[in-house]
Design a protein around this ligand. Sequence first.
Ligand SMILES: Nc1ncnc2c1ncn2[C@@H]1O[C@H](COP(=O)(O)OP(=O)(O)OP(=O)(O)O)[C@@H](O)[C@H]1O
Length: 289
Amino acid sequence: MNLTIDHVTKRFGKKTAVNNFSVELNEGVYGILGANGSGKTTLMRVLATISRPTSGTIQLDGEDIFQLDHEYRELLGYVPQHIGLYKNFTAEKLLMYIASLKGLEREQAKKKVPELLELVGLKDHRSEKVGKFSGGMKQRVGIAQALLNDPKILIVDEPTAGLDPKERIRFRNLMSAIASNRIVLLSTHIVSDLDYIAKEIIIMKQGELVAKNNPQNLLKPIDEKVWLVTVSDEEITKYQNQYKMGNVVRRGNGIEIRLISDEKPAEDAIHQNPNLEDLYLFYFDEEAT
Ligand SMILES: Nc1ncnc2c1ncn2[C@@H]1O[C@H](COP(=O)(O)OP(=O)(O)OP(=O)(O)O)[C@@H](O)[C@H]1O
């Protein structure tokens, strides 16, 4: 299976949200990493056929997804950034209802819904109203509904917004578990969402593709550029102004800062192996999360 996004541009009036974006995807988990406003949601909505690109094409195995129309949508699962759930429905009832909207036979749904509740860890909460669920539980209902038709392409927009660390780990494990034989596309501005699970990371900045590669190769441009420096309270502002700065840790002998620099930033600077947070810092000159 091959999803080819070819020179896709999406404009809203004068605003270009996605600019000349080309990428080829096949089975596995892809993470789209970008700061707020970089165009992730817009791209995902186009891929989910909710909106049409201003120009460019998207093809699934050589056929235009807008021409394939419902044939494509039958293969698609989409979890939007903000999932509106019927608050007074129980998890089970809600999934049964969405299954009927998606055209599943009742018998089929009666088999599928318990399986999915089990998969997303909500079996014991199946009879509780989703309005009472935590953010993570709602997110899992969202994923379960997207999986009802056993989609070959799963698109999940900002999946971990508002989740606590435990729920995030759970989400990552769930994505790994369902990734085989599917194209899974996750958008996020949180680097740690993609650790371990993304086969490739796509970096998006101001609507454009900046890089696409596996995590290891993606780190190559900053291989020699990550440093640990111990500074005094007085020196910290100077470093802050001069470098892209990551973690700051107070130690007995001063403040330890992690920073990106082409050159060794200080006599006693220690070279560090880069990680995805450093990469985010390298591409987006703002605080890594
Ligand atoms: N319907 C719209 N009309 C006008 N501008 C829009 C519309 N949708 C998105 N934009 C603009 O396009 C740009 C990209 O937005 P988008 O929501 O795709 O980014 P994002 O990376 O998903 O950000 P976030 O994480 O904040 O949702 C932003 O500048 C946004 O204001």
